[in-house]
Ligand binder design. Structure first.
Ligand SMILES: Nc1ncnc2c1ncn2[C@@H]1O[C@H](COP(=O)(O)OP(=O)(O)OP(=O)(O)O)[C@@H](O)[C@H]1O
Length: 225
């Protein structure tokens, strides 16, 4: 399914955060890079309707409204996502609005926990989980909704190396297409397409082997990133 942005701008007060973005995405793995404050998170939040365009349209397949039911979103900090006291009830919470039969909810939770090798966490208290465990539970919470596309906003920033590797391995096996905002250029190196956002515009769009070295060179010239 294709995600289409047609002349999308986002303005906050008098400031234009994103300017006239037009593109179509249907690759399996898309990375988004750019300096702090360039507009990456705002761009990503448009994918599932967390952010609305001030002008222009965002469409996923034929869907313009209700993107949330098709596109999953993982925040940088799992504390924003894992909110219920017990892991199992937290995972069930994401399905409440879908009015699924109880048995279907239980089956989805079992299946996703098993696929992510997290079954041992099912009856744990969420506030007792380590940061890495919580991040994986947040991922499970997204997967139980069976999204057709998943957006990740800086998913590895808070993880140590071991948890980052576990997360990267889980990401590499997900069947769904994913769009990942990250400053971790290693994570994005094997992706199908990279978008470099600068000052609210698509500054570069192409293969990682072209876009990432150019971005690094720009960072060295500017002495930032
Ligand atoms: N609600 C808002 N009101 C005013 N300005 C905002 C609002 N939300 C975001 N901005 C500004 O828009 C710009 C882009 O923010 P955004 O979070 O999309 O950037 P980013 O590229 O994800 O940054 P980072 O890498 O630091 O997370 C920033 O300068 C931010 O301060």
């Amino acid at each position: 399914m294709t995600m289409r942005f047609d002349r999308v701008s986002v303005t906050k007060g008098t400031r234009e955060i994103l300017s006239e973005i037009t593109l179509s995405l249907n690759e399996h793995r898309v990375g988004v890079i750019g300096h702090n404050g360039s507009g990456k998170s705002t761009f990503l939040r448009l994918f599932n309707g967390l952010e609305k365009p001030s002008s222009g349209t965002v469409r996923f397949g034929e869907t313009e409204d209700d993107l949330r039911h098709h596109v999953g979103f993982m925040f940088q900090n799992p504390d924003n996502q894992v909110v219920y006291p017990m892991v199992e009830e937290d995972l069930a919470f994401g399905l409440k609005s879908r009015k699924l039969p109880k048995a279907e909810v239980a089956a989805r939770i079992e299946r996703v926990l098993s696929e992510l090798s997290l079954t041992h966490l099912k009856d744990r208290l969420t506030h007792q989980l380590s940061g890495g465990e919580k991040q994986m539970v947040a991922l499970a919470g997204v997967l139980v909704t069976e999204p057709e596309l998943i957006c990740f906003d800086e998913p590895t920033t808070l993880l140590d190396l071991r948890n980052k590797m576990q997360f990267m391995s889980a990401l590499s096996t997900l069947p769904q297409p994913a769009v990942v905002v990250s400053h971790d250029l290693d994570l994005l190196a094997g992706f199908d397409r990279i978008l470099h956002i600068a000052d609210g515009r698509i500054h570069a769009d192409g293969k990682p082997e072209d876009v990432i070295p150019a971005y690094k060179a720009l960072c060295e010239d500017l002495d930032e990133c």
